[in-house]
Design a protein around this ligand. Structure first.
Ligand SMILES: Cc1ncc(COP(=O)(O)O)c(C=O)c1O
Length: 349
């Protein structure tokens, strides 16, 4: 499913040269590489600014804080996502209100509307697997989770603020943790920069907390240098993933449906829905083809979240029982792709 060594090899000379330049410059916090990575992220998502931060999870937390979410507030999140979507809400002291998704896996706007109450102060739609979540008008700030949306066109960054992850397995992945908060409002940029830097926006960190208590969550200059080596490859990798997804679709038997992909989807994962997932897994294991389950249970059923007000999310549960992701990395060789296609054609019906 993942082969980061091969991916590094594609840009090794440049990445290693960039990292050496950072190390020799002594500018390890902030500096030109971070600025370049921020400009690239802002441009890809058609936003006025991006602030590089320590991870996608921190990007969500900082965006929620900057958007005004406070301890005890309720924040609506979709039931089908990585833990961090709800975890970030809990980590800012707020209450995740987990609502159901549609059969496309994306937050159901009607379920979100129905969940708005007097304590609702935010909503975090997720652009899952690179499909665009619908824009929302809930009367509360929307912070969209664009962790899986690098390469989606047109770019999807629909909230007042967006959070992007550059975790190593992401299409634009660092060699460690990294993330970005994106937005348009210059005042929010100032707040996010302060929150990510001990509450300080001045050039001298030791002078003044800028009216808020912040954290140490800056994008590492070494990671920014690695990201800039990968940046020119991202469009080609996304295009390759789209081509592979189309070929896999064509090889599937009628009993196995690909998860619908919107035009321009980044194919962050290639997922299918299988009524008999166990049988499909046995077939793939016997043929030596990798697979993964994203996600094994709805966020509403995560043990760490069951103390929060519970809602039934039957569509998310239905999907969690059937979804299976297949390898779609751009570094698959033609031989590996043909092998996967043959194995998919051979799925017993
Ligand atoms: C949908 C989603 N949200 C949030 C995150 C968290 O990002 P990170 O791992 O960079 O903290 C991830 C990925 O890891 C993700 O896929």
């Amino acid at each position: 499913m993942v082969d980061l060594v091969t991916r590094h090899r594609e840009v090794a000379d440049e990445a290693e040269r960039n990292v050496q330049a950072v190390l020799r410059s002594g500018r390890w916090i902030g500096g030109p590489w971070v600025q370049r990575a921020e400009s690239t992220a802002a441009e890809w998502f058609s936003r006025r600014w991006a602030v590089g931060v320590a991870s996608g999870t921190d990007a969500l937390m900082l965006a929620l804080m900057a958007a005004g979410v406070r301890p005890g507030d309720e924040v609506i999140v979709p039931a089908l996502s990585f833990f961090a979507t709800a975890g970030a809400v809990v980590n800012v002291g707020a209450v995740p209100v987990v609502v159901d998704v549609g059969r496309d896996g994306l937050l159901d706007p009607q379920a979100a509307e129905a969940a708005v109450g007097p304590r609702t102060r935010g909503c975090v739609p997720v652009h899952l697997f690179g499909n665009r979540a619908a824009p929302l008008a809930l009367g509360v700030p929307v912070v969209d989770d664009a962790a899986q949306a690098v390469g989606t066109v047109p770019s999807c960054s629909t909230g007042v603020l967006s959070a992007v992850s550059a975790y190593p397995t992401k299409t634009w992945g660092a060699a460690g943790d990294a993330g970005f908060v994106l937005g348009d409002d210059p005042e929010l940029e100032r707040v996010v920069r302060a929150l990510a830097n001990h509450g300080s926006t001045g050039s001298d960190l030791h002078q003044a907390m800028d009216g808020c208590v912040g954290r140490a969550s800056r994008l590492d200059a070494v990671q920014a240098a690695v990201l800039m080596a990968h940046a020119p490859e991202v469009a080609r990798r996304v295009q390759r993933r789209r081509e592979l997804a189309d070929r896999f679709d064509a090889a599937l038997p009628a009993s196995i449906l690909p998860l619908p992909r919107q035009p321009g989807c980044s194919v962050h994962q290639y997922c299918v829905l299988a009524e008999d997932r166990e049988a499909l897994v046995r077939h793939l294991d016997a043929a030596g083809v990798g697979w993964a389950i994203y996600y094994g249970r709805p966020l509403s059923e995560q043990p760490a979240l069951t103390s929060f007000p519970h809602r039934e999310t039957p569509v998310a549960r239905w999907m969690c029982e059937r979804l299976l992701a297949l390898p779609v990395r751009a570094s698959l060789t033609e031989e590996e792709v043909e092998r996967i296609v043959d194995v998919l054609r051979g799925i017993p019906t």
